[in-house]
Design a protein around this ligand. Structure first.
Ligand code: SAH
Length: 244
């Protein structure tokens, strides 16, 4: 009899920011496949649970993603209850959609447990509300993993510069100088506040504040490393950190 697969969002990293349902699924699992940005499942899983760190799959003949999909299906076909534990929310830049499709194609029952995405948690733990009455009526979440103008990019950065919403950029550490340049070129106010939150929610979280004109240099000077998320917009005028 086939088992099943549950895609679980683990939250932004801190162990207790997984949902109650997500933690319960990990506790029931026979197998957990987890990656670098997910909370460590050791404390949540059964002692006899098989834990597979898929962040360590090497690049070989097949991409790690193909191997992850194959592992999920193979374990589920042996009747196991398989949890795929991912950082943040499984369907926000997590390739969770591809894993769900692979399960569907293989005829394996699957479910998804949403998670707290780092896109929203980074702003919150960094001290800004992602929306705020009188400042902004929305937010836009984008990936910065390819620079503006790159043929692989399907984002309209000039349009993003004009949305008036809070702009949240994931996977943008490397390309932040190009991204900020493109926003300024497109007419974004040079004094628009910006902040970058490195390792949001972790004990060693760092927050760098500046403007769209200065944040890239501030990050370079501080040697900011992934995972980090940049938030650009008028909500950065507020600083709600340091209340504890
Ligand atoms: N599914 C995840 C995102 C995966 S993409 C989610 O919903 O959060 C990976 C990117 O997420 C990183 O490059 C970084 O931009 C962001 N990220 C993940 N964890 C983070 C953290 N603890 N602090 C800041 N950014 C984080």
């Amino acid at each position: 009899m086939a088992g099943r697969v549950v895609l679980v969002g683990g939250g932004p990293g801190d162990q207790d920011l997984i949902t109650v349902r997500g933690a319960a699924e990990v506790a029931k699992a026979d197998v957990v496949l987890y990656d670098r940005l997910a909370p460590n499942p050791i404390e949540l899983a059964r002692p006899d649970c098989e834990l597979i760190d898929v962040g360590k799959i090497p690049r070989g003949e097949f991409t790690p993603q193909e191997q992850i999909n194959a592992l999920l299906i193979q374990r589920a076909l042996t009747g196991k209850h398989v949890v795929r534990l991912k950082g943040g929310d499984p369907y926000v830049f997590g390739r969770g959609g591809e894993e769900a499709l692979a399960c569907m194609e293989a005829g394996i029952p699957f479910d998804v447990v949403p998670g707290i995405t780092s896109a929203l948690a980074s702003a919150a733990t960094g001290g800004v509300p992602v929306t705020h009455r009188g400042l902004t009526q929305g937010f836009t979440v984008v990936s910065g993993h390819v620079p503006p103008g790159d043929p692989r990019s399907d984002l309209d950065w000039a349009a993003l510069a004009r949305t008036g919403t809070t702009l949240v950029i994931l996977m943008g550490v490397l390309n932040l100088p190009h991204i900020c340049h493109a926003l300024l070129e497109a007419g974004m106010d040079a004094d628009t506040p910006a902040l970058t939150v490195e390792r949001a929610s972790h004990p060693d979280q760092r927050v760098l504040r500046g403007t769209v004109s200065t944040i890239a240099e501030a990050c370079a000077d501080a040697n900011v490393q992934p995972p980090a998320t940049t938030v650009i917009g008028r909500v950065g005028e507020l600083d709600l950190s340091g209340q504890s």
